[in-house]
Design a protein around this ligand. Structure first.
Ligand code: HEC
Length: 294
């Protein structure tokens, strides 16, 4: 009896552990699954304990600013995010200097007029176009999507963005492409209204990192994943703590339960044996007239 209970308990615990393990690794499993069709990359931020590569984030910001920001906004980011923990972690002075490079429309002033001033840390990233229509009009009718959540919104996430940036090719023979439309292996439908934005050496890195198309694409993809999830690292840290806590708690519960059962498990067995005996005795005389009992 007691053994059976313990076996049950053991079963239960191994199941709970298994479930926690599966949940904990769901990110990994997910990334393996989604990698099948896109180009593979070992992202440092993948998995439950992933963190960002600080230097890559800083380079990625540079690529975004120098190459993509002319068309794509990242409207949820503020300049102060650039110096926050878990991000590119520029020094506060650096982030301030970055913000001050931009002209921000503010106002109205006392005369009721809008005016421009240099950006501050609290300002949102300046948008390249005043609105969606203007953005589309400047890009042959296609709207360059805001990049705040692009990495999250697209199936495949980082791998998709990286593959898209690396996926420009000559269109197959006989493939019709209108003016301003390009062939991309990874764009759904293979037609994209964005000219190939990245090529070897399109930016100059001050940290000496090579400026191949692949490296630049990797850096800007890393930046875009962070832009879509600036608190990823904090969340991963919290997840780790919860995971750890649960394991300790489960171990404690397991041992205390075992202890409790060992205390009165055997006594129960005796009682049950006695009960079984009595039951047998009763069934033996079942259906007989009680008067014939000896
Ligand atoms: C000249 C303007 C321009 C520049 C510069 C530019 N893009 Fe785009 N981008 C566009 C337009 C327009 C689209 C929409 C294309 C479409 O829907 O066919 C787009 C779409 C995208 C998409 C999304 C495709 C999808 O799934 O909808 C990604 C990702 C992207 N750009 C990344 C980048 C990155 C990264 C950079 C900088 C390295 C960049 N773009 C630079 C104009 C631009």
């Amino acid at each position: 009896m007691k053994e059976k209970m313990l076996q049950h308990l053991n079963n239960l615990f191994s199941k709970v552990f298994l479930i926690i393990f599966i949940i904990g690794n769901s990110n990994l499993a997910h990334s393996e699954e989604r990698n099948t069709e896109f180009l593979k990359n070992n992202w440092s931020f993948d998995g439950v304990f992933g963190t960002f590569d600080r230097a890559s984030l800083q380079r990625g910001y540079q690529v975004y600013q120098e190459v993509c920001a002319g068309c794509h906004s990242v409207q949820h980011l503020s300049y102060r995010n650039l110096s926050e923990k878990g991000g590119p972690e520029f020094l506060p002075e650096e982030a301030k200097a970055i913000a001050a490079q931009f002209e921000v429309i503010d106002g109205p002033n006392e005369d009721g007029e809008m005016f421009t001033r240099p950006g501050r840390l609290s300002d949102k990233f300046v948008m390249p176009f005043p609105n969606v229509k203007a953005a589309a009009a400047a890009n042959g009718g296609a709207y360059p999507p805001d990049m705040s959540v692009l990495a999250k919104a697209r199936k495949g996430g980082a791998d998709y963005i990286y593959s898209l940036l690396m996926g420009y090719e000559e269109a197959p023979a006989g493939y019709e492409l209108d003016d301003g439309v390009y062939y991309n292996k990874y764009m759904p439908g293979n037609k994209i209204k964005m000219a190939e934005p990245i090529s070897d050496g399109i930016v100059e890195y001050s940290d000496g990192t090579e400026t191949t198309k692949a490296q630049i694409s990797r850096d800007v993809t890393t930046f875009l994943v962070w832009a879509g999830d600036p608190h990823l690292e904090a969340r991963h840290k919290m997840g780790f703590k919860v995971f750890f806590y649960l394991i300790i708690l489960l171990t404690l519960v397991y041992f205390s339960k075992q202890k409790v059962w060992s205390r009165f498990g055997s006594k129960r067995e005796e009682e049950e044996e006695a009960f079984d005996k009595a039951e047998k005795a009763v069934t033996k005389y079942e259906g007989e007239d009680p008067k014939t009992f000896k």
